[in-house]
Design a protein around this ligand. Structure first.
Ligand SMILES: Nc1ncnc2c1ncn2[C@@H]1O[C@H](COP(=O)(O)OP(=O)(O)OP(=O)(O)O)[C@@H](O)[C@H]1O
Length: 205
């Protein structure tokens, strides 16, 4: 499987942030998005995930699973309930491999609201394998993780890559993955004149 994006333009609000984004990620590869704050890494990930419609181009969002910057857990549900809920959304039942990969056994009966920031992050990331989708999209996935859990997460991503998946992530951390390329999103920066707002709006104000 190769995940390909061609001439994609991405917006945030009404502003086109990136244009003509073109790249491919093969099975087994990780693509690390680079660029300074505000360059458009989250914008690209949200567009790939289908959360924001592209200005131009198409994305096969059905093959993508997204771990956003926010954990997005249901705070009143336990860890087990959160994972089971998520698994069912994707037509699956068995949460055991994800529980094992992210070392969550001891936390299964705890309410998400009562977890530490790093524990919440692990639960949020454990949803990725539950989707059984090949393209993992991740926005700063290691935030709040200590060194041991960064390593745990790196192993989970490595297993995903070894089993035919691929990963696209914004991160400043070297996960030690074997086959990693970087993509600097600033090369796709749209200029001010590319914005998608109504060109006559100013005249009407
Ligand atoms: N809701 C919004 N409406 C309009 N513009 C937004 C919105 N959210 C973000 N932006 C702008 O879109 C641009 C791209 O932001 P984005 O979050 O994609 O950058 P980033 O590369 O992920 O940054 P960081 O490294 O700080 O996380 C920035 O100029 C940002 O200010």
């Amino acid at each position: 499987m190769t995940f390909t994006v061609t001439d994609l333009s991405c917006r945030r609000g009404e502003i086109t942030v990136l244009r003509d984004v073109t790249f491919s990620v093969a099975a087994g590869e990780a693509l690390v998005l680079r660029g300074p704050n505000g360059a458009g890494k989250t914008t690209l990930l949200r567009t790939l995930a289908g959360l924001t419609p592209p200005v131009r181009g198409t994305v096969d969002t059905d093959v993508c699973a997204y771990a956003a910057h926010a954990d997005g857990l249901k705070s009143q549900l336990t860890v087990a309930e959160n994972l089971t809920f998520w698994a069912r959304v994707f037509g699956r039942r068995d949460i055991a491999p994800a529980v094992h990969a992210f070392d969550l056994r001891a936390l299964l009966d705890r309410r998400a609201a009562d977890l530490s920031a790093g524990q919440k992050r692990r639960v949020a990331l454990a949803r990725l394998p539950l989707t059984a989708r090949p393209v993992w999209l991740m926005d700063e996935p290691t935030v709040s993780l200590d060194a041991a859990n960064v390593a745990l997460f790196g192993r989970a991503v490595a297993v995903h890559l070894q089993t035919g998946g691929c990963a696209i992530l914004a991160t400043h951390i070297d996960l030690g993955l074997p086959d990693t390329r970087t993509l600097d999103v600033t090369r796709f920066a749209a200029t001010q004149t590319d914005d998608t707002t109504d060109p006559f709006a100013e005249a009407l104000e």
